[in-house]
Write a protein that binds this ligand. Structure first.
Ligand code: KG4
Ligand code: ZN
Length: 338
């Protein structure tokens, strides 16, 4: 089954062609990140406008690159939630129009389910059930992937997402948006023990996480140091902060592995590109003899191939939409279809 998939939930317009959920024929991405950088973050109105400008040409480009004609497409999959509503609507309307014009099924895909499915592309033999750690700019959660379309959140952040905190601290340090990757690079040559960072204990669900205190501690430390007329050791702060984020994520993920008894851990989302988190995951999984699936960096960030992968399994489970499909800024994805 050949799926044309569309992703436009944030600042990347993407169109891919994916066969049977696993084989990527092409994955075309048009990033707007340079445009938003001057504002220090994504400007929703600009994002929507740029998606409109890019999407049709990108779809044409995808077909040309893969040497596929329109009548070979079996279905259209699209991210319909969560994300910036205006941005999502561009993709959803494009996909609805394409499905109508080609008379093919329209498959709604939840963005987080898509991130998880990036692992099916990177690891063709991977099948549920497994545990997945999702760490992106907007979400941080530990998910029991019981089946391709049946998932349960075992733990999640109670406040900010890990990526959001990386970006905020990077911004205060004067790094360009989105600062996660720059902060990661600086951390590599820093002393992780130079600055002490909080390690908050949460009551209730032991798999829940919290990052806002950590973010505030890092931001306050930077401001207080500047107020004293001193300079922060940027690399050391980045290393100390990355260590603290990892300390919040990894023990809970390992506890979830123990709780579920799974021997496979998949990782998803843009923050999965973080070298400290990757190294810690590798070490801890090796200790426990757990199979670790860490997709390549190109599949960690937003892309349309992951939407095509998940779209295939949504289709197989009967999750098909009609022309009334809407986009949603927030939407739960556990267990349900639409
Ligand atoms: O999954 P994604 O591409 O978009 C969302 O759905 O949110 O994730 C983007 C996030 C941004 O916050 C970005 O700064 C972060 O992933 N990121 C990183 C790294 N590379 C990207 N954070 C830490 N270290 C990195 N190497
Ligand atoms: Zn994403």
């Amino acid at each position: 089954m050949l799926i044309l998939s569309v992703e436009s939930s944030c600042d990347e317009t993407a169109v891919a062609l994916v066969r049977d959920g696993r084989q990527v024929l092409c994955d075309c991405i048009s990033s707007q990140v340079d445009l938003h950088r001057i504002y220090g973050g994504v400007v929703p109105e600009i994002a929507s406008r740029k998606h409109i400008e890019a999407i049709y040409g990108l779809a044409e480009q995808a077909l040309a690159k893969a040497e596929i004609s329109r009548n070979e497409i079996d279905a259209i999959a699209v991210t319909y939630a969560p994300g910036l509503i205006g941005a999502l609507l561009v993709g959803v309307n494009f996909a609805k129009a394409a499905a109508l014009a080609l008379d093919k099924p329209l498959i709604p895909v939840h963005h987080i389910r898509g991130h998880i499915a990036a692992n099916y592309i990177a690891y063709p033999d991977l099948k549920p059930p497994f545990l997945c750690l999702v760490v992106s700019g907007g979400h941080t959660m530990i998910i029991d992937v019981k089946d391709y379309t049946d998932m349960e959140i075992l733990g999640a952040t109670r406040d900010d997402a890990a990526g959001e905190c990386f970006d905020k601290v990077a911004r205060v340090l004067g790094m360009p948006y989105p600062g996660g990757a720059a902060l990661d690079k600086a951390a590599k040559s820093g002393d992780e023990n130079r600055y002490s960072m909080p390690n908050p204990k949460l009551s209730g669900n032991p798999l829940d996480m919290s990052f806002s205190g950590l973010k505030t501690a890092a931001v306050n430390l930077i401001h207080n140091t500047h107020q004293k007329g001193e300079e922060v050791e940027v690399n050391d702060l980045c290393a100390s902060f990355s260590k603290a984020v990892s300390r919040m994520l990894i023990p809970r993920t390992m506890a979830a592995l123990e709780q579920t008894g799974y021997q496979t851990l998949a990782v998803a989302g843009g923050v999965a590109a973080n070298s400290r988190i990757r190294a810690d995951l590798m070490r801890e999984c090796e200790k426990r003899n757990v199979r670790l699936c860490l997709p390549p960096l190109s599949l960690c960030g937003d892309n349309a191939a992951m939407i095509g992968a998940q779209g295939y399994y949504e289709y197989l489970s009967g999750n098909v939409a009609d022309q009334t499909l809407n986009a949603y800024a927030t939407k739960s994805f556990e267990g349900e279809s639409l």
